[in-house]
Design a protein around this ligand. Sequence first.
Ligand code: PHE
Length: 514
Amino acid sequence: MASSEEIQFLILTTLDKQGSIENTDSLRSAVGSPIHYLSVIGVLNSLASKDMVAYTTIEKDHYNLTEEGNEIADSGSHEAKVFNAVHPKDGIAIAELAKQLGAAAKIGQGKAFKNKWIKKDGDKLVREVESIVDQTQLDALEVRRTGTHSNPATLKDLQSRKHVEKVKLISYNVTKGPKFSLTIEKQATDLTAEMLADGSWKTQTFKKYNFAGNPPEGGHLHPLMKVREEFRKIFFELGFEEMPTNKYVESSFWNFDALFQPQQHPARDAHDTFFLLDPATSSNFPDMDYVNRVKEVHSHGGYGSIGYGYDWKIEEAEKLLLRTHTTSVSSNMLYRLAQETKANGGVFKPAKFFSIDRVYRNETVDATHLAEFHQVEGVIADKNLTLGDLIGFMKVFFEKMGVPNIKFKPAFNPYTEPSMEIFSWHPGLEKWVELGNSGMFRPEMLEAMGLDPDVRVIAWGLGLERPTMIKYGLDNIRELLGHKVDLDMIQSNPACRLDKKMGKELVGKDAVDA
Ligand code: PHE
């Protein structure tokens, strides 16, 4: 086989001599053999990318003999074999013919009868003519020689008898390109600092980008992450700072106790919370004074509260768990805010925090619930904030999400007072659906941390899965997470705009029925 250097040389010198190559079929290697089109196309593409040549593809039907066709071309048709087996004088016994020719006897006999070459004589076959012309063999030989047959009907017949099969022959018509030359200039693939420094970039030719072909298979953001990006954008636009949420294992202290959630609260039951077995506990507390203030406010009250009046135990606060809400991160951050205020000589700086990450609950899994999901949480700390600020801010926030109509319903959280669930009117379902939960953190929580009594913190939380399922029209949480996820769904879905309708988002009926 000719190498691609040889083929390239052949193409360039032929073009130089003849001006064009009408058909690359005419190219012959140094030893005179034809050159396969697959080797030609590689060279042509490379030369064309440098504008040295231009080419068009020529497609031609070509007919090849099949295995049976080749056998006929080499040793004659079945009917000729039968004729030849019949002795000119004595004929041949039918049983003997089958023995000599095998399967060919059957096929050949019929044809030979039809051609009136032989006839039956008792249990023998005898010749009817002295000699024959084996036209079938001649036809096969013509196809072998020319790649086709001069008579289209014969060609069709040969095809239907599976002696011949059609293939497409590809060749090329080649002309000189604007940058035709006998030598190939080495093209640079990179613009380097040296080229810029020595000025050689001015004369250097560069390899063209090839944008043809398949788009590269890159990564694709999961729909949940697309919606998360939208939420992050909204928070950043509103001046929020992202909280570090890389602590999935948390102590009961930050997840519950710091939030003034009593130790007998049902949420602390193993039915609702995943506790760790190994290590089961951590006594890595920030400072024992703060821990003791938490103990005090739970047991006996303080900061205007009567507390819960029970015996608070540190062992309970030491239990490690998979965080049940991202409010564990918020409590940690608010404590740090109190520490910073103290370090700052008591000068309080307002803060706006948000987080979007995974939380875990030991729940029964169904079409809309998994044991792990994502929460979106926002926290605003400033002096003298009121419930009116929370309501007003929620309107701004949800409007940015594309939800203009929200209503509030009084609710209960151990760590907020007052607390409000947030509902929005779903036009597709024609009902109010719950979007999230919100409230003002209790003084029992904030003042124990060391924040001044006039520092108020409003906060809210919502799930990420529900808006994602609504946006992407998914009915079942298993279409979004887990082994049944359709990768195509992840790759083909568009980025999400929370404030823009995506067409199919009213499909996900169950998604909002949670
Ligand atoms: N932590 C609450 C939940 O898990 C949400 C919430 C956050 C409520 C902040 C009030 C304030 O549902």
